[in-house]
Design a protein around this ligand. Sequence first.
Ligand SMILES: Nc1ncnc2c1ncn2[C@@H]1O[C@H](COP(=O)(O)OP(=O)(O)OP(=O)(O)O)[C@@H](O)[C@H]1O
Ligand SMILES: [Mg+2]
Length: 267
Amino acid sequence: MTMITATPDGAEALSLVGLSVRLGGVPVLRDVHLTVGATERVALIGASGSGKSLTAGAVLGVLPAGAELSGRVLVGGVDVTGVHPVRRPAAGRVATVGQDPAAALNPLVPVGAQLALPLRHRGLRGRELDRERAGLLASVGLTDARVLHSAPGELSGGQRQRVCIAMALASRAGLLVADEPTTALDLVTQAQVVTVLREGTRGSGLLFITHDLSVAAALCDRAVVLHHGAVVEDAPVARLLSAPQHEQTAALVAAARAGTLPVGAPA
Ligand SMILES: Nc1ncnc2c1ncn2[C@@H]1O[C@H](COP(=O)(O)OP(=O)(O)OP(=O)(O)O)[C@@H](O)[C@H]1O
Ligand SMILES: [Mg+2]
């Protein structure tokens, strides 16, 4: 693990440099170059099976066993290529929100106790922890104090996802990777979660994974298009929408236009 910049504070939140991954000898990511600036929101889009979740796995350090990886993964300027999350230095940690909030939360533990864990990890205790936790829940629109004592099963899917986002934000990582966090939600809740992600990541980088270009357009400035494990386009979202260069991007634009969410609609 080496620092590659003299001033990590000014480093990109994420930089993938020629990242290739093989699973069982089969290439699944091919020479991926991708950056997320320190306070940038970048969408990673592509059809099912294009390699989006494997890219997230490489960034988070949780690729399937036996994965062969080449190239480099830099988080906050720290080389974390192939380094498991628990062995990363603080600057190389990545927060994550997944598609299934029910699976991400412990069903038996009240939400307040789960949210306390990343805060304790940051050294917060007592009233300070209580204040920070209430502030985080408020920032994701959960202001009812009963939420703290609720088990995840007593909340709606959208509320659970907002708890997951609050937990991810609680770690204060410089990068948040969200893999299809809105896919399981209805359109109204989807829009709320997009707003929460936008507000919550003002001071950090966001890699937002989706197959839905309309959701990407509502949240991100730039999008990277994956196709068969390779980047085929990397451009501002507005340009992708108005003048897609690759046929795969054009197909995603057409799918977004045919969908129920207007393309580029503010959340
Ligand atoms: N554990 C694994 N072992 C072998 N191959 C895998 C494994 N996980 C993913 N793959 C393969 O790698 C490719 C990319 O998978 P990935 O999960 O990254 O796709 P994705 O873009 O996230 O798709 P989706 O939109 O459906 O979530 C697919 O062809 C998939 O079959
Ligand atoms: Mg996926």
